[in-house]
Design a protein around this ligand. Structure first.
Ligand code: SF4
Length: 104
C-alpha cells in the first residue's frame, strides 16, 4: 500500500494543505520575496479564496458569513467615497468566492 503524507495547517480562517516539497499553486508564494531558508507557506499572504491548497471547513463559515454581512452593510452606506466603495466591493467579492468554495 502506498503511503501519502499530507500536512494540514489549521487556521481560524481556513486550513492550508500546502505540501512543502511541492508548493506549486500556493498563492501566498506567488511574486513573494521569500526569506532565505524559509520553507512552507507565507501565512500572512494567504489567499483563502484563490489558493488550491485552501480548505474552508464548516467551522470557518460563521466568521466568513459575518464578514459578508459586515461588508454588505458597509456598502449600503450612502455617499461612500468611490475608492472605499471599490475596496469594499472587491473584499465582498473575495468573501463570496470563499463562501462558494465552502459549498463544494
Ligand atoms: S495561500 Fe494560504 S492556503 Fe494557499 S498555500 Fe499559502 S497559506 Fe496555504
Amino acid at each position: 500500500m502506498r503511503r501519502t503524507r499530507v500536512s494540514i495547517r489549521f487556521g481560524k480562517l481556513n486550513h492550508c494543505t500546502m505540501d512543502d516539497a511541492n508548493p506549486t499553486g500556493a498563492k501566498c508564494l506567488e511574486n513573494a520575496v521569500i526569506p532565505d531558508g524559509h520553507q512552507g507557506p507565507l501565512i500572512d499572504r494567504c489567499a483563502p479564496s484563490r489558493c488550491a491548497n485552501s480548505v474552508i471547513a464548516p467551522s470557518h463559515l460563521p466568521i466568513w458569513t459575518a464578514e459578508h454581512a459586515t461588508l454588505t452593510n458597509l456598502l449600503a452606506t450612502p455617499k461612500l467615497p468611490p475608492g472605499r466603495r471599490a475596496l469594499l466591493t472587491e473584499q465582498l467579492r473575495e468573501v463570496d468566492l470563499i463562501l462558494r468554495r465552502a459549498d463544494r
